[in-house]
Design a protein around this ligand. Structure first.
Ligand code: NAD
Length: 350
C-alpha cells in the first residue's frame, strides 16, 4: 500500500557559517526539510533552508524554539576561528560555546529529537601527542588522558562527554565528528577568524609574482586539510550510521605550512617568497588524522585532492577580493594579466 511520507525535518545550527551553509545545501539536495539557525545570515550567498531563523543560541528559549518539531539536529553553531583567534579569545569561546551546546542538547531532549550530531575538533587531542612535525596520526582513542587545546579544545571535549551522557541517561542518539582543518569556497578569508588555507590564499592573491608573504612560525609545522564537499558528505554518512563514538573526519595527507604556501603559489601561477614570523601563534607542532576507523565505519574516506581543493578555494577567494577593489589591490596593484577571478595555471619553476 502506498502512503504519503513527510520529509524528515532537520535543524542545522551555525547555518550562517561556512560548514553549516554548505550542509544546508547538501541536505536540501537530498530532499530534507531544513531549518537553519544562526546569529547571523550567510555572508556570501542566500541560504537554501526552508526556514532560516536568526537567533542567539546562547539563550535557552531560542534553543527550545529552534528544536520545535525537529527530527534531527546537526549542531554546528560555535565560537570559532583560526589559531590567531582561538588563542586570544578563550573565555569568550568557552562561555558562548558551553551555553550553546548545553542548551541545544537539553532542548533537543525536551522536544523529542531523534538524532543529534555534534561537531567536535582535532583540537581535543592532547598536546603531548603533537610535539613533533613528523607526528603519528591521531586515533580516536588518543583523546585520553586529556590535554586538549586550551579553551576551544576543552569545550569540545566537554560537549563530547555531554553527548555521551545524554545518550546513556536519556536515550538521545548522539553522533560526534572530529574535523581536521576543513577548507573551501564560502569560508572566511579575512578579518582575524580565517584559518591557514584561506589566509594563505588571500596573502598570495595580494602579492605580485616574485613577492613575499608573511608565514606564521617557521612553516615547518604540519597539518592535514579536508575539502568542504568531503566534509559534508562525511557528516551525513556519520549521522546515518549506527556508530556512537567520536569519529575523525579529515584527510590523512600531512603537509607543512611551507608546502601549503608553495601549493597555493603554484595554483596562483606565482613565485612567492616566505617571510617567517616566529612570534605569531602556531598551534601544535604537528597534526594528522588516522582514518582507519573512518574507513571501517563509513566505508568511505575524503576524495578531493588537496591540489583540486586549493585551486577551487583560491579561485573563489581571488574573485571575492576582485569584487572589492576598494579594499584589496590584487597582485600588488599590477594590471591583471588575465580576467579577474580566474585561477591561473602554474607558470613558475619553484
Ligand atoms: P563558522 O564560524 O563559519 O560557523 C559557526 C557559526 O556559528 C557562525 O556562523 C556563527 O555565527 C554561529 N554562532 C556563533 N555563536 C552563535 C550564537 N550565539 N547563536 C547562534 N549562532 C552562533 O565555523 P565553521 O568552520 O563552519 O565550523 C562549524 C563547526 O565545526 C563549529 O562547531 C566548529 O567549531 C567546528 N569545527 C570546524 C573546523 C574547521 O576546520 N572549519 C574544524 C574543527 C571543528
Amino acid at each position: 500500500m502506498e502512503y504519503m511520507t513527510q520529509p524528515t525535518r532537520v535543524l542545522v545550527t551555525g547555518a550562517g557559517g561556512f560548514i553549516g551553509h554548505h550542509l544546508v545545501t547538501y541536505l536540501k539536495d537530498r530532499g530534507y526539510w531544513v531549518r537553519g539557525v544562526d546569529i547571523k545570515m550567510p555572508e556570501y550567498e542566500d541560504s537554501k533552508a526552508d526556514e532560516f531563523l536568526q537567533l542567539d543560541l546562547r539563550r535557552w528559549e531560542n534553543c527550545l524554539k529552534s528544536t520545535e518539531g525537529i527530527d534531527e539536529v546537526y549542531s554546528l553553531a560555535a565560537e570559532m576561528g583560526g589559531i590567531g583567534f582561538i588563542e586570544t579569545h578563550k573565555a569568550h569561546i568557552v562561555h558562548d560555546s558551553v551555553l550553546i551546546s548545553t542548551h541545544m542538547l537539553e532542548a533537543s531532549r525536551q522536544n523529542d529529537v531523534k538524532r543529534y550530531l555534534f561537531t567536535s575538533s582535532a583540537c581535543i587531542y592532547p598536546g603531548y601527542k603533537q610535539q613533533e612535525t613528523e607526528v603519528t596520526p591521531l586515533r580516536e582513542e588518543d583523546a585520553y588522558p586529556a590535554d586538549p587545546e586550551d579553551g576551544y579544545g576543552w569545550e569540545k571535549l566537554f560537549t563530547e562527554r555531554t553527548c555521551r551522557h545524554y545518550m546513556e541517561d536519556y536515550g538521545l542518539e548522539t553522533r560526534v565528528v572530529r574535523f581536521h582543518n576543513i577548507f573551501g569556497p564560502l569560508g572566511t578569508y579575512d578579518g582575524g577568524r580565517e584559518k591557514s588555507p584561506a589566509a594563505i590564499c588571500r596573502k598570495v592573491a595580494l602579492v605580485p609574482d616574485g613577492g613575499t608573504i608573511e608565514v606564521w612560525g617557521d612553516g615547518l609545522q604540519t597539518r592535514s586539510y579536508c575539502y568542504i564537499d568531503d566534509c559534508v558528505e562525511g557528516i551525513y554518512r556519520l549521522m546515518r550510521s549506527d556508530f556512537r563514538e567520536p569519529l575523525n573526519l579529515g584527510q590523512d595527507r600531512m603537509i607543512s605550512i611551507n608546502e601549503l604556501v608553495d601549493m597555493v603559489s603554484s595554483v596562483a601561477g606565482k613565485t612567492v617568497k616566505r617571510e617567517h614570523n616566529l612570534n605569531a601563534p602556531q598551534g601544535v607542532r604537528g597534526r594528522n588524522s588516522d582514518n582507519t576507523r573512518l574507513r571501517q565505519v563509513l566505508g568511505w574516506e575524503p576524495e578531493v585532492t588537496l591540489e583540486d581543493g586549493l585551486a577551487r578555494t583560491y579561485e573563489w577567494i581571488r574573485s571575492q577580493m576582485a569584487s572589492h577593489p576598494e579594499k584589496y589591490e590584487l597582485d600588488g596593484g599590477a594590471a591583471p594579466a588575465v580576467e579577474e577571478g580566474a585561477a591561473q595555471p602554474s607558470l613558475q619553476v619553484a
